[in-house]
Design a protein around this ligand. Structure first.
Ligand SMILES: Cc1cc2nc3c(=O)[nH]c(=O)nc-3n(C[C@H](O)[C@H](O)[C@H](O)COP(=O)(O)O)c2cc1C
Ligand SMILES: C=C(O[C@@H]1CC(C(=O)O)=C[C@@H](OP(=O)(O)O)[C@H]1O)C(=O)O
Length: 382
């Protein structure tokens, strides 16, 4: 079983993650982890913080001479901005600086101070901040390397920003793994319109959300299970995606479209080829039937709400004076869907890696590879 925890505040010293369950004998490419971290920082519409940070991961445990040993892997990403926050974020010093008291609608501010009995919203926003997603991406990058050893790839792309959508017929999905476009979008014409939409939102002091898609290829048939609610892989993927800050809807395959169409149009018919292998001509199911992978690409789509911090702030309340005020305007992103798409791929990688390790349990890479190969041989003969 794979599990991980993250720790760290947005303006604290660093972000940390401990990942346990990666088998021994996996070569770790630190450059690949850092490339994913850099990709998460990109995207038109991101705020001033991204100019301060250059995220890279240090591996503090679990890897020796570039290879995993089966131990927990500790990953650490320093916050460069911390230097500017040493007093405000001091672990042992006296309280310093003004308290944040004007709650932002859509952020964790108000409910957080109520639940945790705090008087400074900073005590909540520091951990609620999606700065934490850098840890998720570092953990996801290790899982992606594990999956790649088994021929499984995970990639994502942006499909909607503020209502500007990609034209699916124009997309070349073979480019999905090495797409370096500004917004991680595979439709250049749509991306230009998305950037314009973001520019307009920023000029208006407003923010935008959108949607992205994660595609997994090469996953063997039968990951996950129909036998219990918490073993269903579609449910676990949805939970992993919804656990990303600001993600408010998840679709598997045709998702919401199922509501509008009949069974004859929406189910993927099965055929035999000349070698008596089952194949399908469509993938409405997004690679999952009965909570299990069916051998087709896994397709997960997620919707991100607009960023809660607006430069034209919304109506709110001051938690200290109880007066009606405008919400605080911390430095902020105007749109971060492209960053979220990288986080989404990371969370899907972690979830699929966990499902693989459940099914092909082992502590050494060689055992897992053999186990996967035997399983595939058995399926091929069936
Ligand atoms: C990559 C990323 C960047 C984000 N940047 C900001 C930001 O700059 N300002 C902000 O108010 N919210 C930002 N958010 C959204 C908040 O973190 C999120 O809305 C908040 O934690 C409340 O959680 P909820 O939206 O899931 O309810 C970002 C989210 C993601 C995924
Ligand atoms: C720091 C990151 O995102 C942050 C997420 C975030 C929020 O409220 O979620 C608020 C902003 O933080 P700051 O006030 O420091 O500018 C973003 O920059 C990051 O993605 O690395």
């Amino acid at each position: 079983m794979l599990r991980f925890l993250t720790a760290g505040e947005s303006h604290g010293q660093c972000l940390s993650a401990i990942l346990e369950g990666i088998p021994a004998g996996l070569k770790i490419d630190i450059n690949m982890i850092n490339q994913k971290l850099a990709r998460r920082q990109m995207g038109y519409g991101r705020g001033g913080r991204m100019k301060i940070e250059t995220d890279t991961a240090d591996i503090l445990s679990g890897v020796r001479f570039g290879e995993t040993m089966g131990d927990p892997i500790t990953l650490q990403i320093k916050n460069r901005d911390w230097e500017n926050w040493t007093q405000k974020m001091s672990v042992s010093g006296e309280p310093f600086g003004d308290k944040v008291t004007a709650a932002r609608p859509g952020h964790a501010d108000l409910v957080g101070i109520h639940k945790y009995n705090r008087t400074d919203i900073r005590d909540i926003l520091e951990r609620a901040s999606a700065r934490e997603t850098a840890s998720k991406v570092a953990v996801g990058a290790v899982c992606q390397q594990f999956l790649a050893e088994l021929g499984i790839t995970v990639a994502s792309h942006v499909v909607n920003i503020g209502g500007v959508t990609v034209d699916k017929t124009k997309i070349d999905y073979t480019k999905i793994n090495d797409n370096t476009s500004e917004l991680n979008c595979l439709d250049t014409a749509a991306e230009e319109k998305m950037c314009e939409k973001i520019r307009q939102a920023m000029a208006d002091g407003d923010t935008l959300g959108g949607a992205f898609e994660v595609i997994v290829t090469g996953a063997p048939e039968g990951l996950g299970s129909h036998i219990q609610w918490d073993k269903r892989l579609d449910g676990r993927l949805a939970q992993a995606m919804m656990a990303i800050q600001a993600i408010k809807a998840v679709e598997i395959g045709d998702g919401i479209e199922y509501a509008n169409n009949s069974g004859s149009k929406m189910h993927d018919e099965m055929f035999y080829d000349e070698n008596k292998k089952v194949y399908r001509k469509t993938n409405h199911a997004g690679g999952l039937e009965g909570g299990m992978t069916n051998g087709e690409p896994i397709i997960v789509r997620a919707v991100m709400k607009p960023i809660p911090t607006l430069m034209q702030p919304l109506h709110s309340i001051d938690i200290a004076s109880r007066e009606e005020v405008l919400a605080c305007k911390e430095r902020s992103d105007a749109c971060a869907v492209s960053a979220a798409s990288i986080v989404g791929a990371a969370m899907v990688s972690i979830t699929i890696a966990n499902a693989v390790l459940e099914q092909f349990a082992g502590h050494a890479m060689i055992d897992i590879k053999n186990s996967v190969a035997n399983y595939k041989k058995r399926l091929a003969a069936q």
